[in-house]
Design a protein around this ligand. Structure first.
Ligand code: NAG
Ligand code: NAG
Ligand code: CU
Ligand code: ZN
Length: 183
């Protein structure tokens, strides 16, 4: 009888502990949303961003329509979320460590260098990927900044010229959206 009771007491406290741990973990998860509503009227779509904890990767998923069929198009986080002059006023690639432009897997890169999105034959890009370096809190937070899609392919810093180390020669900015906190 006594052993039975201590068993139930232990199970009870274990359950309390587990639910506490789970609620703490849930509180750490951050979610953000990007709606591509600035730039070309033909391009539309959105991305959902999720980060489990401040140091973990950020997963990005969503669909973007109205892009250039069968192309890769440069995809970056730019420093500001100011779209008063369309995507042109979002400043340069988010680069808090004054590095050269690179690829998402380079050691030396801008924090905002996300490489390219692959567009299918219908002009649609299905995005389902995770990135390190960017964050939804802290020093590398991209909340309030902008995702920008470029006209051309980003050469990932391997173009062998000055532009490559600055912007990846991805050309003009065709669409962008501000990173907002999810509702
Ligand atoms: C942004 O800049 C590009 C090239 O510098 C220019 O062609 C375009 O018209 C500008 N867009 C806006 C909305 O000002
Ligand atoms: C493109 O659209 C057509 C017609 O809706 C569809 O059948 C096809 O599967 C689409 N292609 C891709 C790669 O999704
Ligand atoms: Cu860019
Ligand atoms: Zn860059």
């Amino acid at each position: 009888m006594k052993m039975m009771r201590s068993f139930f007491v232990t199970v009870f406290f274990l359950a309390c502990y587990m639910s506490l741990v789970l609620s703490f973990e849930r509180a750490l998860v951050k979610k953000a949303i990007v709606v591509f509503n600035v730039g070309s009227n033909l391009i539309h779509g959105s991305l959902e961003l999720t980060q489990r904890s401040p140091k973990s990767f950020v997963s990005i998923s969503g669909v973007i329509y109205g892009l250039n069929p069968n192309m890769k198009q440069g995809f970056h986080v730019h420093e500001s979320g100011d779209v008063r002059d369309g995507c042109n006023s979002t400043l340069s690639h988010f680069n808090p460590h004054q590095q050269n432009h690179g690829s998402p897997s380079s050691y030396h890169r801008h924090v905002g260098d996300l490489g390219n999105i692959q567009v299918d034959c219908n002009g649609t890009a299905v995005v389902n990927i995770w990135y390190t370096m960017i964050s939804l809190s802290g020093e590398h937070s991209i909340i309030g900044r902008a995702f920008v899609i470029h006209e051309k392919e980003d050469d990932l810093g391997k173009g062998g010229n000055e532009g490559s180390l600055k912007t990846g020669n991805a050309g003009s900015r065709v669409a962008c959206g501000i990173v907002g906190i999810s509702s």
